[in-house]
Unconditional design. Structure first.
Length: 221
């Protein structure tokens, strides 16, 4: 509520913001239902450093819905955050609504006003109406041809080729060497002359075999 000295856009801005805050608020269980009455007592400018900024003093009363008796009331004074005339009275309306939301624990709503874009045309009124493009109906879609499913061929494991015998390395079996037994004292020596400590030589010319010819290892002139 306000008198004729208060701008109408300011009243609308406060009413819109407070109504949106009430709609967004979820009261706790058992809270008393009330109606908020906002009355603008004075509209003018501030003092001293605020003499160029608009100022509002208003009273908020919370009245019970069941009995109509006032439950809570408060008087507040707020000033506009800017004196730029390009912003209008919206900053002042937001300051009033913010003080009401804080005092009565209301939720801050998400308000976004989208204004229609400005359009400009250079067509004269005497010009004919612009031609509207005809709507072309697309041809009906044909059913797609069935897709043939090709089964994959079975995977055949390749058998490795046998390895040629000529490149196979021969297996060499090492003879098992028995450990030598200790000879008792006085026993005759075993083995050939080399094992008994004798000296000998090996002839490599291949003319004779020492195993069968005793004269094979004798040096010849």
């Amino acid at each position: 509520m306000a008198d004729a000295s208060v701008p109408l856009e300011l009243i609308k801005g406060i009413d819109r913001r407070v109504a949106a805050a009430i709609s967004s608020t979820r009261p706790p269980p058992g809270a008393e239902r009330v109606v908020l009455l906002v009355k603008i007592d004075k509209f003018g400018t501030g003092l001293n450093a605020r003499r160029y900024f608009e100022q509002v003093r208003f009273t908020v009363t919370a009245a019970s819905i069941e009995t109509g008796e006032p439950v809570a009331a408060g008087t507040f004074t707020v000033s506009s955050p800017t004196n730029d005339p390009r912003f209008g009275r919206e900053p002042l309306a937001e300051e009033v609504a913010a003080r009401i939301r804080f005092a009565f624990s209301l939720t801050v709503p998400r308000i976004r006003t989208v204004r229609p874009p400005k359009t400009m045309s250079t067509r004269f009124a005497s010009d004919p109406a612009p031609a509207v493009a005809a709507t072309v109906t697309p041809p009906p879609m044909r059913a797609a041809a069935p897709i043939a499913v090709v089964k994959p061929l079975p995977v055949v494991q390749a058998t490795p080729a046998p390895v040629p015998a000529e490149i196979v390395a021969p297996v060499i079996v090492a003879p098992v060497v028995q450990p030598a037994k200790a000879r008792t004292k006085g026993a005759p020596a075993q083995g050939g002359p080399v094992e008994q400590g004798a000296s000998g030589s090996v002839r490599l010319d291949g003319a004779c075999d020492p195993a069968t010819d005793a004269e094979c290892l004798t040096p010849k002139p």
